[in-house]
Design a protein around this ligand. Structure first.
Ligand SMILES: [Zn+2]
Length: 142
């Protein structure tokens, strides 16, 4: 259930302190120690799972339900008018701690935080080819 070397497992077990916001049987939320914006929270399953792909669907459901509840509280406390949810899966996506976690980032109009830039496909055929490749990829999934 826990990984002895995982910092988030140590937080769950109380071996490392955190600014605890919410917890239930399945999940724990606490403030990020290096927030993108004040109120930036992390929401994790209490059980150790490396990332989204290792997460049992029932825990994904628990995380989503808690994200709505914690997100509303974070927004209210931070005086925010919006919220970004972000989950980094894999080093190339910026994951640093390999215990699945959602970032809850409260937002204000004009707060200066930029989302990643979108770039259109080269042409409609390239977009259609990607959609077909993804549909085909489902065939290889377990
Ligand atoms: Zn862990």
């Amino acid at each position: 259930m826990h990984d002895a070397d995982c910092i988030f497992c140590k937080i769950v077990k109380g071996e490392i302190p955190c600014a605890r916001l919410y917890e239930d049987d399945a999940v724990l939320a606490f403030l990020d120690i290096a927030p993108v914006a004040p109120g930036h929270a992390l929401l994790i399953p209490k059980a150790h799972h490396a990332d989204l792909f290792a997460l049992p669907p029932v825990l994904g459901t628990a995380l989503t339900a808690a994200a709505s509840r914690v997100g509303r509280a974070v927004m209210a406390a931070a005086g925010a008018t919006g919220l970004n949810l972000q989950m980094n899966n894999g080093p190339s996506a910026g994951q640093v701690v390999f215990h699945a976690h959602l970032h809850l980032i409260p937002r204000q109009a004009g707060d200066g935080l930029a989302l990643w830039p979108g770039r259109p496909y080269a042409d409609p055929a390239a977009m259609a080819a990607m959609a077909e490749a993804v549909r085909q990829a489902f065939e290889s999934l377990k």
